[in-house]
Design a protein around this ligand. Structure first.
Ligand SMILES: *[C@@H]1O[C@H](CO)[C@@H](O)[C@H](O)[C@H]1NC(C)=O
Ligand SMILES: *[C@@H]1O[C@H](CO)[C@@H](O)[C@H](O)[C@H]1NC(C)=O
Ligand SMILES: *[C@@H]1O[C@H](CO)[C@@H](O)[C@H](O)[C@H]1NC(C)=O
Ligand SMILES: *[C@@H]1O[C@H](CO)[C@@H](O)[C@H](O)[C@H]1NC(C)=O
Ligand SMILES: *[C@@H]1O[C@H](CO)[C@@H](O)[C@H](O)[C@H]1NC(C)=O
Length: 392
C-alpha cells in the first residue's frame, strides 16, 4: 500500500511537470456504439480452442498467429526488468528458476503453458512469468445490469499495465500498448459444441472475462489488500501450495460449472492465493453479484435486488462498502452514468457509452467486453484513450 501511494505521488508530479493537467473526467458519453472513432482501436479476432485436444496442443493455432506479438510483448517485459535491475540478472533468474515452477502448477495449466512455450519458441520461464503477472497488475471496471424484462448484461473494461513503463513521449503505458495486439476472443469447444467463450490475451491460460452461454457470465478484478496481496504467491514459490491461482479458478468455473449457483459457490469458497473480486451474472432476474474474496472466504457479497431498485452492481478495485481511493475513483463516474442511463434504457449500446466515459476509460484500458447471457453473445473491442486522458 505504501508502495502504491508513492507511485501515485510520483505520477502526480510527473503529470504536473509535463503540463498534463486535468480535467480527465467528462460528461457521460452517448452514441459511442457501434464503436468507431479515436477511442476504438480495432476489432478482436475469434479463435477456437478444442478442449478435446491434449492441453499441449490446444493453443497452437492462436500462438502460430500471434507469435510475433507475443515475442514483442515478452521483449518489452525484459526491457523493463533490465531497466529495473540492470545487467539482465532478473531475466537470468526467470529463465533459470521459473521453468521449474511450471511443474507446480495444476493440470491442465502446466501442460498448456508448456505447449505455448514450444509453439512460440519463447523460453518456458518467460511464458510462466507472462502467465503469473496478470494476477498482480490488473485494475478494471466490471458491471452486471438487469433490464426491465429481467435480461442481464455483463460488461467490463480491462485495464492493465499500471506502473509498467510510462512512455512520456507517447503518454501511454508500454505494456498496455503491447498487450492490445494480443487480445483475442476464444470459443472453447468440446465435441464441436461451444462450452464457453472468453476475451483473453494470446499466451495466457487463465481467464479474466468469459461467458458460459445461457448459464452465467464472469469477470475478475484485482483486489488490493493488506491481508496478503502477494504473500500467497510468495508462499507458492516457497513450496506452501494450498490455494488456487485466481484466474485458474475463473477458467475452471467457466469450463466446468453448469449453473449460476454452482459458479457462485466455487468462487465464494475455494481457497485462493490472493484476494480478488469476482463479478458473476446468472441467466434470470436477480442473479448478479459481486463476490469480494479474501484468500479464505467471501466477505459481504452484494447481490442484484431489482425489486428494491438495485438493478445493477458495479465493481472497480475497491470494496463496495468503502470509499474508492480518491486518486483512483472510477466507481463514482461509472455509477453516475449508469444512474443517468436508467434501467429502461440499458443495452449493449448504453453500457458501452458508460465504459467509454473518462476516467472509466483511461490509459490502461486494453479492451471492453459486452456479454448477453440469454443470447449467448460476447463482443469485445480494443480501446484507446485519446489525450487528455487519465493514466489510470
Ligand atoms: C510510441 O512512439 C514511438 C515513436 O516515438 C513509436 O515508434 C511507437 O510505435 C509508439 N508506441 C505507441 C504504442 O504508440
Ligand atoms: C467436428 O467438426 C469437424 C468439421 O466440421 C469434423 O471434421 C469433426 O469430425 C467433428 N468432430 C466431432 C468430435 O464431432
Ligand atoms: C474440467 O473438468 C475436466 C473433467 O473433470 C477436467 O479434465 C479438466 O481439467 C477441468 N478443467 C479445468 C480447467 O480445471
Ligand atoms: C439457466 O441455467 C439453468 C442452470 O444451468 C438451466 O437449467 C436453465 O435452463 C437456464 N435458463 C435459461 C432461461 O437459459
Ligand atoms: C446512483 O444511484 C444509486 C441508487 O439510487 C445511489 O445509491 C448512488 O449514490 C447513485 N450514485 C451516483 C454516483 O449517482
Amino acid at each position: 500500500m505504501v508502495n502504491r501511494g508513492l507511485c501515485f505521488t510520483f505520477f502526480v508530479v510527473t503529470l504536473v511537470t509535463a503540463q498534463y493537467v486535468p480535467p480527465f473526467t467528462e460528461d457521460c458519453q452517448t452514441g459511442m456504439y457501434p464503436p468507431s472513432g479515436p477511442t476504438f482501436k480495432g476489432a478482436v479476432t475469434w479463435y477456437t480452442v478444442d478442449l478435446d485436444l491434449p492441453p499441449s496442443e490446444r493453443w497452437k493455432g492462436v500462438i502460430t498467429d500471434k507469435q510475433k506479438e507475443l515475442a514483442s510483448m515478452i521483449q518489452a517485459i525484459k526491457d523493463l526488468a533490465d531497466a529495473f535491475v540492470p545487467s539482465g540478472r532478473l531475466i537470468d533468474l526467470v529463465d533459470r528458476d521459473l521453468p521449474l515452477m511450471v511443474d507446480t502448477l495444476p493440470y491442465p495449466f502446466n501442460e498448456e503453458i508448456r505447449g505455448i512455450a514450444t509453439a512460440s519458441g519463447v523460453p518456458l520461464g518467460e511464458v510462466v512469468l507472462f502467465n503469473i503477472f496478470y494476477e498482480i497488475f490488473t485494475v478494471c471496471t466490471s458491471l452486471v445490469a438487469e433490464d426491465p424484462d429481467g435480461n442481464l448484461i455483463h460488461a467490463r473494461n480491462l485495464d492493465f499495465g499500471l506502473f509498467m513503463g510510462w512512455d512520456l513521449k507517447n503518454r501511454s503505458w508500454v505494456i498496455t500498448e503491447k498487450l492490445k495486439p494480443l487480445v483475442v476472443n476464444i470459443e472453447f469447444t468440446r465435441s464441436n459444441h461451444t462450452v464457453f467463450k472468453s476475451t483473453n490475451f494470446a499466451g495466457y491460460v487463465g481467464m479474466l472475462t468469459g461467458i458460459r452461454p445461457h448459464m452465467f457470465t464472469l469477470t475478475m478484478n484485482e483486489r488490493f489488500s493488506l491481508d496478503g496481496g502477494y504473500i500467497g504467491i510468495l508462499e507458492w514459490i516457497l513450496g506452501k501450495r494450498d490455494g488456487m491461482w485466481m484466474s485458474f479458478l475463473t477458467r475452471s468455473v467457466l469450463e466446468n460449472a453448469t449453473s449460476y449457483a454452482e459458479a457462485k459457490k466455487l468462487l465464494s469458497d475455494t481457497k485462493l492465493l490472493a484476494p480478488a473480486y469476482f463479478i458473476l451474472g446468472g441467466n434470470q432476474t436477480g442473479e448478479g453479484c459481486i463476490i469480494t474474496r479474501s484468500r479464505t472466504h467471501s466477505i459481504n457479497p452484494l447481490e442484484l435486488d431489482p425489486k428494491k431498485g438495485r438493478w445493477y452492481v458495479l465493481e472497480t478495485n475497491y470494496d463496495h462498502w468503502k470509499e474508492a481511493l480518491f486518486l483512483d475513483d472510477r466507481r463514482t463516474p461509472a455509477m453516475k452514468c449508469m444512474n443517468q442511463t436508467t434501467q429502461t434504457s440499458i443495452s449493449f449500446k448504453t453500457v458501452y457509452d458508460v465504459l467509454s466515459t473518462k476516467p472509466v476509460l483511461n490509459k490502461l484500458t486494453t479492451y471492453t467486453t459486452l456479454m448477453d447471457v440469454s443470447k449467448g453473445k460476447l463482443e469485445s473491442f480494443i480501446r484507446d484513450c485519446p489525450n487528455p486522458c487519465m493514466p489510470w
